[in-house]
Design a protein around this ligand. Structure first.
Ligand SMILES: C[S@@+](CC[C@H](N)C(=O)[O-])C[C@H]1O[C@@H](n2cnc3c(N)ncnc32)[C@H](O)[C@@H]1O
Length: 283
C-alpha cells in the first residue's frame, strides 16, 4: 500500500500520523482545522522517516507562521521564505507561535532565517545543489494567483524545477496541499469553476515528475468511499449550476451538524477539495 504519495486516509489521524498530531496538539495547534494538521503532520512524518533531522539546511516554501519551521529549526537551518508573513491564525508576533500558547516548541532561533520575498526571487540568492530538503505546506498552489499567463500547473512545475536545482543529490521535496476532490472530475476541467486554485492530485504529481525529481513510491490517489460524502472539507458544490457554497459551519470541525445539514440540502453534496501529499527525491 502506498505510504507517501497519496491522498488523505481515514486512519491517518489515529494511526499513521498519530504521533505527529499528538505533538501538534501538545504545542497548541489542536484546534486548527484538520486540513492544516494533516499537512503539517504529513511533512513531519516524512522528515522523521527519512531521517532528515540530520540535515544541515532546508527551505520552508511559503512557510508563513506554520509550526514546521520552528520545529525543524531545533536541528536544521531553515530558510522560511514567504512573500508576506500575514498569518491565517492568531500568533504571538515575537515567537510566531499560535495563541493561546501550548507547551513551548523545541526551537533554535539562530537556525531560522526569515526571507520576505517572492519565492522566484529568493531562490536565485542561494547556491545550487546545497539544500537537503524543501517542503511546501499548501503554499505553491497559491503562487501564481493573478498571473494571467500562468496556470497553477505552471507553479507546481516551476517551483519543483527550482527546488531540484537547489537540492543536493539525495535531497528531498515534500509537498502537502489541497487538491480537487476526485468526484469533481465528471463536472469540470481543473481551473474552471473554483477559481484557479485547485488541481487534481495526479496533475500536480505529473508536474513535479516532469522536472526529473523521482517519487519515493508509486502514487495512489484513489479516494476511500468514506470521503465521498464525508470529508474534512468545508466547501461543497451544487452539481446543477456549479455554484460554490460554504455551509454555516466547517464540515471539518462539525461533522454531525454538517451531516444533518447536508441531508436537508441534497443539492449540495459534492466536495470540492481534499488533501494530498507528494514526496520526491533528487537522484
Ligand atoms: C495557505 S498559506 C500556507 C502557509 C504555511 N505554509 C502554513 O502551512 O500555514 C500560503 C502561503 O504562501 C505564501 N505565498 C504566496 N505566494 C508566494 C510567493 N510567490 N512566494 C513566497 N510565498 C508566497 C503566502 O503569503 C502564504 O503565507
Amino acid at each position: 500500500m502506498t505510504k507517501y504519495n497519496r491522498i488523505v486516509r481515514t486512519t491517518d489521524f489515529t494511526d499513521e500520523f498519530a504521533p505527529q498530531i499528538a505533538l501538534l496538539k501538545k504545542y497548541g495547534y489542536g484546534d486548527l482545522n484538520y486540513d492544516a494538521l494533516w499537512k503539517w503532520a504529513g511533512i513531519m512524518q516524512v522528515v522523521k522517516d527519512f531521517k532528515l533531522e540530520a540535515s544541515k539546511s532546508c527551505i520552508d516554501i511559503g512557510g508563513g507562521c506554520s509550526p514546521l519551521h520552528i520545529l525543524f529549526s531545533a536541528h536544521t537551518k531553515v530558510y522560511n521564505n514567504d512573500i508576506n508573513f500575514n498569518n491565517w491564525f492568531p500568533i504571538d508576533v515575537e515567537t510566531k507561535c499560535i495563541l493561546p500558547p501550548g507547551e513551548p516548541m523545541p526551537r533554535k532561533q539562530e537556525n531560522i532565517v526569515y526571507v520576505g520575498a517572492n519565492f522566484y526571487d529568493f531562490i536565485k540568492t542561494l547556491e545550487e545543489g546545497t539544500v537537503d530538503f524543501c517542503y511546501d505546506g499548501c503554499s505553491v498552489i497559491h503562487f501564481n494567483e493573478g498571473r494571467h499567463t500562468h496556470s497553477h500547473n505552471d507553479a507546481a512545475n516551476e517551483v519543483a524545477a527550482a527546488v531540484k536545482r537547489m537540492l543536493r543529490p539525495g535531497g528531498m521535496y515534500i509537498s502537502c496541499c489541497d487538491v480537487l476532490h476526485p468526484s469533481y472530475k465528471p463536472l469540470h476541467e481543473p481551473w474552471q469553476s473554483y477559481g484557479t486554485e485547485f488541481n487534481f492530485a495526479e496533475n500536480i504529481f505529473d508536474d513535479i515528475l516532469k522536472t526529473g525529481l523521482v517519487p519515493v513510491d508509486e502514487p495512489d490517489y484513489v479516494m476511500e468511499p468514506f470521503f465521498d460524502d464525508l470529508t474534512h472539507s468545508c466547501l461543497t458544490i451544487a452539481p446543477g449550476d456549479h455554484r460554490q457554497w460554504t455551509p454555516p459551519f466547517s464540515k471539518r470541525n462539525h461533522l454531525p451538524e454538517y451531516h444533518a445539514f447536508a441531508q436537508e440540502h441534497t443539492d449540495f453534496t459534492r466536495e470540492v477539495f481534499t488533501s494530498a501529499r507528494f514526496v520526491f527525491k533528487k537522484v
